[in-house]
Design a protein around this ligand. Structure first.
Ligand SMILES: [Zn+2]
Length: 316
């Protein structure tokens, strides 16, 4: 059954207005996922309210076939959650990606989820997985290979934007750019802006590089899920969230200028997921720290207006 998006949108608008009326900057989190079958909506909704998170775009983390859990979640609480297609991670994505994309495309066309993802294209193990010494989540799907093309085609056919996890690494930049050029009608959200795990592997990526991409490819967006200024990654303890100005506080001037010039291309995100469902307050504090550091005229746009426009092709 298709989602009744017009009715849902009325409730979602109200949520944003209610948070704003409480005096806080409303957040529309464009990129989080929940473990199908192991999620406590009562607790999560309470955390959202406490943190002023108006809306969460949720995708189901399911090991196998398409899960109905997103639909059930919307049925339980239609005002808080925006349904995304199934998350591209774990068994279904790694073992049978073509079938998984087929499912996503079919379901999106039937039911009308406004977005797909996040798809793990190149994904190192997360900091928490490294600490648990889990090396299992080292994903490498060539973005310009058969699966990558199938993903872009699913987005083209459904007309929906999608999110990718794509580590920042010199060798990966040109293949992505090639796909943006080949699919100018497909909207891509590159998650975790400026999150560089290993600086030695990323010599070209900086605010000027991202500016060039934004000014060349109108179909490219960035989400802002990254760690705090003191968050580190890997054996050398690199500060991987490179947007922060660790010396003076806030964010670096060239990033602030870029976001001020192109605020509609940056969307707020929390990246809540399976092993951190109970850490919404911590993650939101980091996101708010970033939003507070933005030029004031960009703040509301990045917090929720850019996402609203991207999802529904209309101004909030
Ligand atoms: Zn990610």
């Amino acid at each position: 059954m298709p989602f009744d998006l017009e009715t849902l949108k009325a409730g979602w608008r109200q949520r944003i207005r209610a948070v704003a009326a409480s005096g806080r900057l409303p957040i529309l989190d464009i990129e989080s996922s929940f473990p199908a079958g192991r999620f406590d909506p009562a607790r999560y909704s309470q955390d959202m309210d406490e943190q002023g998170v108006a809306l969460t775009v949720f995708s189901a983390q399911a090991q196998g076939k398409w899960s109905e859990s997103t639909r059930r979640l919307i049925a339980i609480d239609p005002s808080r959650y925006i349904p995304a297609g199934q998350a591209g991670e774990q068994a279904a994505w790694l073992d049978t990606p073509q079938a998984m994309l087929e499912d996503n495309e079919t379901r999106l066309l039937q039911e009308g989820h406004p977005i797909m993802g996040e798809f793990e294209i190149r994904h190192y193990p997360s900091p928490r997985e490294l600490r648990r010494s889990g090396q299992d989540r080292d994903v490498d799907v060539p973005i310009d290979g058969a699966v990558g093309h199938r993903l872009f085609q699913a987005a083209r056919k459904t007309g929906r934007p999608f999110e990718i996890h794509y580590e920042i690494e010199d060798a990966l930049l040109d293949p992505l750019e090639g796909m943006l050029r080949q699919y100018p009608d497909v909207k891509v959200i590159w998650c975790h802006v400026a999150q560089i795990r290993f600086q030695a592997k990323a010599t070209r990526y900086n605010a000027a590089y991202v500016r060039r991409l934004i000014e060349t490819y109108p179909n490219l967006y960035f989400d802002t899920a990254f760690g705090g200024p003191d968050s580190t990654y890997g054996p050398r303890g690199e500060y991987h969230a490179r947007i922060w100005d660790r010396e003076h506080g806030g964010i670096q001037a060239e990033w602030a200028q870029l976001i001020r010039d192109h605020p509609w291309r940056f969307v707020a995100a929390l990246d809540i997921g399976g092993d951190r469902m109970d850490r919404l307050s911590e993650w939101t504090a980091t996101l708010r720290r970033f939003l507070d550091a933005l030029p004031p005229e960009a703040r509301e746009i990045v917090a929720y207006k850019a996402a609203w426009k991207l999802l529904f092709n209309e101004d909030f």
